[in-house]
Write a protein that binds this ligand. Sequence first.
Ligand SMILES: [Zn+2]
Length: 100
Amino acid sequence: MNLLIIRLIIFAVLFFAGLKLYGMYREWKLDREALEQKPERRDSGQMVRCQWCDVHVPEEEALREQQQWFCSSAHRDRFLQEQREETPAQDKHDDADKRD
Ligand SMILES: [Zn+2]
């Protein structure tokens, strides 16, 4: 008789422990799925300005080059090209463009 009660108690404990573990597992799994499925929820909304066209773009979509922001690779290239042309070797006169 006593043995039966002890078995019943053990069974009940195991049953509830199992239920609780299962519940915890489900919660953990749901949490993980929610985390993985979260799309771009954490965009800080930080806007940066394109050095070339002054358009404001989200930081994630902008390109960074020489501590400047650009809205596209085309504008980045244009800016870098311009920069290169603006600062030639200052000692020499570069008349390559003025040749007639
Ligand atoms: Zn731009």
